[in-house]
Design a protein around this ligand. Structure first.
Ligand SMILES: *Cc1c(COP(=O)(O)O)cnc(C)c1O
Length: 460
């Protein structure tokens, strides 16, 4: 099986620890079978998220010593601004402390009460922000993107233009406040969006004067897939591709905890001077002054370097290759996953893995617990718990189409042998899959769309 070797060698290590199965069973019980409530020290290989977990390079650490911590006009801001302008091709850069702060500012500007926000699949923090604003977020990804068992396609993150046109016709263009394209599409496997789709969605939106925003946490991974999979882009540089992607939008938000290769930070980037000035006002109230927006000078330095490193071919080839390698290991063992693998993790199809556990008994959450119990590997449920909702009138549970366990691969952190541990553990569970039963929720917080972070479960 092909493995693309790391384009780096390791000069600092962080110890991780194995535990016993009995100990992990106790941990699960104490955490009420919710992986978010486990202590990190009790986890052997942590794949709950790719957010803020990247290993930084020697150049990033070195840059941190150059942090200019001036309140206003710091050198570090101007270095970050130049790096962002280079990758995004847009002039105005407002840093934020995380992606969700950029989402918040974006929602304040673009989400309108009683109007629709079209997306491929909205990220949960924007969804929460939009709901607070009274806007209706709608997911209009292509059908194949909602089906974890669909045949492989190169761009399962694409927006369905027919669905978009139909929504505009049905609700009226005045009732659509924004189109948000999330690259890559996290909810269905880190699936990319093609340049053609970004271009066509943008043209359709423009026809009706609807602004386009790109939620760009994984911009470099998306650009890499365009280079690999879309005719006409094979000889382009990654940054040429990212700049073309952003040429079709007015504004971009970014959680730099992903493709920024840093542990904290976010960006609000725009080509509209007016939107920039609005964002500045909100940043000053909620984040910090315009030239730091909730980030320290040293963090801005690390991000300025990290963004550039994330756009290197050798890094992206290794990065997406590592994810594919884990996917290949799982497929070789007969384990059902979303195909092809995307940018930041492998998504196991909970429905096909545990066909005897109905969705209301949380098959993917059960799998998360089984994997942790078996091997100390922590993954995360993206299914009935995380994306379940309740009918506003009847209060009845509504279950999402996608029912998966996401195994995130952290950037530059684990080796191929760690990935083998994960694959072998899952294979052992798969062999005795009939022995597992479902779960029930015994505690959930009041905000249903965020219940997965704190929910408590019991095994059936
Ligand atoms: C992570 C993420 C966010 C939120 O960013 P944080 O830095 O976690 O606040 C928003 N959108 C997308 C697509 C993300 O992946």
């Amino acid at each position: 099986m092909e493995y693309i070797p790391e384009p780096f060698r390791i000069k600092m290590v962080e110890p991780i620890h194995k535990t016993t199965k009995e100990y992990r069973q106790q941990c699960l019980k104490e955490a009420q079978y919710n992986a978010f409530r486990l202590k990190a020290r009790d986890v052997y290989i942590d794949c709950i998220t790719d957010s803020g977990t990247s290993a930084m390079s020697q150049n990033q650490w070195a840059a941190m010593f150059m942090g200019d911590e001036s309140y206003a006009g710091a050198e570090s801001f101007y270095r970050l601004e130049a790096s962002v302008q280079d990758v995004f091709g847009m002039p105005y850069v407002q840093p934020t402390h995380q992606g969700r702060a950029a989402d918040y500012i974006m929602a304040q500007i673009y989400a309108k009460k009683g109007k629709y926000a079209i997306g491929n699949m909205h990220f949960d923090t924007f969804r929460g922000n939009a709901e607070v604003m009274g806007a209706y977020p709608v997911d209009l990804c292509i059908d194949e993107g909602f089906d974890a068992a669909s045949d492989p396609l190169p761009f399962k993150g694409n927006i369905d233009l027919n669905k978009m046109q139909a929504l505009i016709d049905e609700k009226g263009a005045d009732n659509v406040c924004v189109v948000i394209i999330t690259v890559t599409c996290n909810n269905n496997g880190g699936q990319p969006v093609s340049m053609q789709n970004i271009r066509e969605v943008s043209a359709l939106a423009k026809k009706y004067n609807i602004p386009v925003v790109i939620d760009s946490a994984r911009l470099a991974e998306n650009a890499w897939f365009i280079k690999q999979r879309e005719p006409g882009y094979e000889n382009k540089e990654i940054k040429e591709i990212t700049r073309e992607m952003f040429s079709y939008c007015e504004t971009a938000t970014m959680s730099s905890k992903k493709d920024g290769l840093v542990n904290i930070g976010g960006l609000f980037v725009t080509r509209s001077e007016d939107v920039y000035h609005q964002a500045n006002q909100m940043a000053i109230v909620h984040e910090g002054f315009i030239t730091y927006g909730g980030m320290s000078g040293r963090d801005m330095e690390a991000l300025a370097v990290g963004l550039q490193e994330a756009c290197e071919d050798s890094y992206l080839e290794y990065r997406t290759g590592q994810v594919k390698f884990l996917g290949d290991l799982l497929m070789e063992r007969g384990i059902p996953i979303i195909q092809p693998t995307g940018g930041h993790g492998v998504y196991v199809d909970g429905r096909r893995f545990f066909p005897h556990i109905p969705q209301h008994e949380f098959p993917s959450q059960r799998l998360v617990c089984a994997l942790y119990e078996e091997s100390g590997v922590r993954a995360v449920e993206i299914g009935a718990c995380a994306f379940g909702s309740k009918d506003p009138v009847t209060g009845e549970d509504i279950f999402p189409e996608l029912e998966t366990m996401r195994i995130c691969v952290n950037r530059r952190v684990y080796t191929s042998d760690h990935l083998r541990v994960i694959a072998d553990a899952l294979a052992r569970i798969y062999e005795r899959r009939d022995q597992y039963k479902g779960m029930k929720i015994v505690y959930e917080g009041p905000i249903v769309s965020l219940r997965h972070f704190t929910a408590g479960f019991e095994l059936l």
